[in-house]
Write a new protein. Structure first.
Length: 192
């Protein structure tokens, strides 16, 4: 695997693949769910805000990934994965909104990067690739929400053109702790 420029950025030594490239490599595809589970469970176990309070099971992750891949095949999603020396180090995806009136829009659901490579550009490369995938799929507005204490992710999103459009104060409850839920959007309609 070689580095590929994504949105004009070089992703160091990471190979950023889309779902079809992943499916085209039987060895990578065979270990994908288990590798994704390792990353997601580890991050959630360390307190990352990825939609679970407790680390997800392998079965939960496999079901989620299967749903994402089916949506990709239907043209309703994009999946990107980052590999370093054939080891999965990050993944991300967006899904189109299901309601007919919201079909031109998609939500960036998850971008998760292994702690071992944080700060080396994998998250930026994944997010930039997903943004390009959204443009190519004629998505008009790409949205996301993040926990307000995730300053690194929020800075990354702002640096890639996302703008905050709302905030729910103390909305996310993790035990006795409360965090803001922050809403961001990237409006491609302004580019036309």
């Amino acid at each position: 695997m070689s580095s590929q420029p994504v949105n004009g950025l070089m992703a160091a030594e990471f190979a950023v693949l889309d779902a079809s490239e992943l499916a085209g490599d039987p060895e990578l595809e065979a270990g994908f769910a288990e590798s994704a589970h390792r990353i997601l469970a580890d991050l959630v176990g360390r307190g990352a805000a990825l939609g679970w309070v407790e680390p997800p099971s392998l079965d939960e992750v496999a079901v989620l990934l299967d749903q994402v891949v089916r949506a990709v095949r239907a043209g309703d999603a994009a999946l990107r994965v980052a590999y370093l020396d054939r080891r999965l180090v990050g993944l991300g995806y967006w899904l189109r909104y299901a309601r007919p009136t919201h079909r031109p829009h998609a939500d960036l659901e998850k971008v998760a990067v292994d702690d071992a490579v944080h700060g080396r550009g994998a998250g930026r490369a994944l997010t930039a690739a997903l943004i390009e995938d959204a443009r190519a799929a004629a998505v008009e507005v790409l949205t996301l929400d993040a926990r307000g204490d995730n300053a690194v992710a929020l800075q990354l999103y702002r640096s890639l053109g996302f703008a905050e459009y709302g905030r729910l104060r103390d909305f996310v409850a993790v035990g006795q702790r409360r965090y803001d839920k922050v809403f961001y959007m990237l409006d491609f309609r302004r580019e036309n």
